[in-house]
Design a protein around this ligand. Structure first.
Ligand SMILES: [Zn+2]
Ligand SMILES: [Zn+2]
Length: 361
């Protein structure tokens, strides 16, 4: 795996640029296409087979140190990072080949949204938020956007679930009751719904594809998970060329722990299958045991622009999906704007009340 790729014209390190759809030299503007594998099929690896070969005692974190090709500085990459920019000269550094991880990514969604476009999506997102403090709106600094390839596990499998439960069927009964009408006590009847319960048991079969589990929790998980959908049909074979100039994180969540997360993602669908199988008007699930088979997985890289802003001594991280431009972030609320809005509502209610009393009442 090539660790560096100098520009054929000036020798500067090339980097992957979404704006130029390939490798680009920021020094002289030379462009170079990434040699992609046209026959690449994003097929998964057999989960149990790979698991049997994995070292269960492998470290959960890795630290890589490397010398920068451009300025010769000795760089300690951050924890679980295998590609980044040199902190001294900003040159792309790809140390993926030195990773101690037993599994390397096989597929990648290359950056499609450029840094400038990401900043534009972020500005639109800010302006569409209600009650955002004005100070935040002036805060988007393009240079601070950091391109990150986030590792994800994807799992495919078939499930066979045996269950026991109860099927509820509605029926209606006439119920007599007494009430008072015009000062007289009268007998009346009304219809009431009841449920009759029957035992139910059976087996349901489901198929799952591309269950996506973030494999590194450096970035806020709740934001990463909300960046979907990614359009995984566009996956390309892993190439270091796609990484150059961006940060690549290695996985910190083991393959097995990832599958435990995938089980949680399957749960609602399996329960829905059981409910459909039970039928009737209402369902109760008493026991369910699932057998997972034909499990396969992929380790893939998904691209995001990360940035953050400070507001009242707090850091607010936000991410931009570098395929779709979708923005996810935590946000502060403007106390001033909220107060004025509440005052406005109070005044509006008062005016409406005055109008109703004087013109209708
Ligand atoms: Zn050049
Ligand atoms: Zn350097």
């Amino acid at each position: 795996m090539e660790q560096h790729k100098p520009c054929p014209n000036c020798g500067n390190e090339l980097e992957f640029s979404a704006a130029h759809h390939g490798l680009y030299c920021t020094h002289c503007g030379t462009e170079q296409a990434v040699l992609r594998d046209p026959d690449f099929v994003p097929s998964g690896s057999d989960y149990l087979e790979v698991l049997a070969e994995l070292d269960a005692n492998a470290e959960a974190t890795e630290h890589i140190a490397i010398d920068c090709d451009n300025c010769a500085a000795h760089i300690e990459l951050p924890e679980n990072v295998v590609a980044d920019r040199c902190p001294y000269c900003d040159s792309p550094v790809v140390a993926a080949a030195l990773s101690t991880r037993a599994l390397r990514p096989t597929a990648v969604l290359p950056f499609r949204i450029s840094r400038e476009e990401a900043a534009e999506h972020y500005r639109k997102w800010l302006n569409s938020r209600w009650f955002m403090p004005n100070k935040v709106k002036r805060e988007a600094r393009i240079r601070k956007f950091k391109g990150i390839y986030m590792p994800h596990w994807t799992y495919d499998d078939n499930t066979v679930t045996s269950y026991t439960g109860r099927r509820g069927e509605y029926y209606w009964v006439d119920v007599n009751y007494t009430t008072t009408e015009n000062g007289k006590t009268v007998q009346k009847t009304r219809r009431e719904r009841r449920t009759r319960w029957y035992p139910a048991a059976g087996t349901v079969y489901d198929y799952f594809k591309n269950l996506l589990v973030p494999a590194n929790r450096t970035l806020p998980e709740e934001l990463v998970e909300e960046l979907t959908p990614w359009g995984l049909d566009a996956l390309e074979g892993y190439q270091p060329d796609y990484i150059r100039g961006h940060q690549e994180q290695s996985y910190a969540l083991p393959l097995t722990a990832g599958f435990e997360e995938a089980k949680k993602l399957m749960e609602p669908t399996i329960r829905e299958s059981i409910r459909l199988d039970i039928g009737g008007d209402e369902q109760q699930i008493l026991t369910a045991s699932t057998y997972y088979k034909n499990i396969s997985f992929k380790l893939i890289l998904l691209p995001a622009w990360e940035n953050h802003f400070e507001f009242q001594n707090k850091t607010y991280v936000f991410l931009v999906n570098a395929r779709t431009g979708e923005v996810q972030g935590k946000r502060p609320w403007s106390a001033v704007k909220l107060t004025f809005f509440i005052l406005f509502l109070v005044v509006l209610a008062a005016v409406l009340g005055y109008f109703i009393i004087n013109h209708i009442g």
